[in-house]
Each structure stands twice: as C-alpha cells, then as structure tokens.
Design a protein around this ligand. Sequence first.
Ligand code: SAM
Length: 285
Amino acid sequence: MATLGNPTNTIEVLQKYHFNFQKKYGQNFLIDTHILEKIIKESGITEHDLVLEIGPGIGTMTQYLAENAREVVAVEIDKNLIPILNDTLSAYDNVTVLNEDILKVDIPKIAEERNQGKPIKVVANLPYYITTPIIMGLFESHVPLDSITIMVQKEVADRMQVGPGTKDYGALSLAVQYYAKPEIVANVPPGCFMPRPKVGSAVIKLSRYEKPPVSVKDESFLFALIRASFNQRRKTLVNGLANGSLNITKEQIIEALCIMNLSSTIRGEALTLDQFAELSNILYS
Ligand code: SAM
C-alpha cells in the first residue's frame, strides 16, 4: 500500500473502494504531506507513546502516527471506512481501529488498559461539528493526558487561545486555559484537504497542566459561573449573572466585585481566568 498524504494516492484509494464522503461526519481528508509532518513534529510523539487518534478517515495521518508512536488507537465512526483502514494500515501491527463514536468511548479505560494509566497523547484532524464536546469531554473525563494536538476550524483555534478584551474570548477560551496551555502551531488553508472545507483551519496544541493555574473551591461552580457570564454577552456581569440560574443576587455580585476592586458595570469578557476564579471563590460561600 502506497503512503497516503498526497492527492494521487488518496484519490486512488477512494476510487478503489467507491467511497462517498459523508458530510454529516465532517469528512475532509488531509492531502498535504508538509502539514502531516508538521502535526507529527509539533505533537512531540515518541516511540514510548500511546496515541489516540479521533477520526482516522482513510488512515493518512494514522500511518505517520504508527511510524512514530509505540501504539495507536484510532476511533472511526463511519463503518464504510473500516475495510479501507484494514487495507491502508495492514503494514502496521501497532494500530487498533475501533469502529465507534468517540463521544461514547471509555477513553480512561483505554489509557488504563493500554498505557498503565500513564498520560496519553491525542492527535487528530477533528470532525468540526463536534470539536467542543470532544475537547471538553477529554478534559472533564480526567483521562490522563499529556497533550492534544488537533486540527480545528481556525476561528475555534483563535477562541481557545485568546485572552480578555477580544471578541473571540469566551467560555471555551477559559475552559481550555483552565486545563491546558494552548498554542496555534500552524494555519492550514482549505486546499490542503479533500474535499475542501468552506473555512480556514489551524493546528492547535493543548499541553495539559499538571495542576490548573488557578485554585477554586468548586470546579463545577467556576464553570457554571463562566457559562452564565457569557450567556448574555452584551449585559454587564451583574445583570447577566443575576438573571441566570445560579441563585445569586445582584447585591452579592456587586459586593464580590467591590472586594475585587472591580467596577459594578464590568462585563464578563473583561475578566481573566484568575479573576473568574476569585469571583467564584467569593460567591461560592
Ligand atoms: N484523519 C483523517 C485525515 O486527516 O485525513 C480524517 C479527518 S476528517 C476531518 C474527520 C474524521 O472523523 C472522518 O473520518 C469522520 O468519519 C470521523 N468522525 C466523525 N465523527 C466521528 C465520531 N463521532 N467519532 C469518531 N469519528 C468520527
């Protein structure tokens, strides 16, 4: 089987199996070897690593991962891709393909059984329709994680990386930055995929913190507070939070902001992660 990653070989495989792209699964296959090499390099995988790949497609990046990692577990939802993957990955004995929905897979169990509970690396060209649930699911399941190196929509990568005071800043930025250090490592134009997506893409590396950079009394209260603060973006924090489902009064929020030396007219988008943590600790009691 020829190495994939260039358009000619990809087309050949697709034709051999009469494969039809399924839009509902976000299928845009990589056909640029430079980008594939860049993802492998930036992910920092070594021959000691267990790598989880989400959505291997026809196995293009899987081949690169299998060459560089100890073991690869690739989870693909589309059953029509399984015979193709059996063919394109037949030369590798360190790859396991699971025909499942990644949102239903017990990833901590995979890490436990195949990596003795040690941190795994996730590398993927994600299906864009479920980017956020995949990332948040990985963090919130507390699976032992070293890093997540993923291709996402450019706009989503920006949202994960920015700080306060920008239009992209929001609940996703804060949630990601609570768990990991984000770094955009490549911008990827539509021409690097088949078929071409309508949007620009970017590769972002999320390096998991051993301990979150802020300490809070209750993690779920912090996230509820963050979500409520951005639900009504155009309102002040006081009005947005008092209208939400958190059972906090305007007076309590104004008092908390006063303790923090912040104006009572401030909006959620102006607060840093540190400030959200402090606010959540004051309000939690
Ligand atoms: N990794 C391949 C590549 O780079 O060429 C394919 C990437 S494509 C953007 C996304 C892949 O994720 C597709 O193969 C799609 O079928 C698969 N996929 C979509 N939803 C999924 C899900 N819920 N669980 C597992 N795989 C999924």
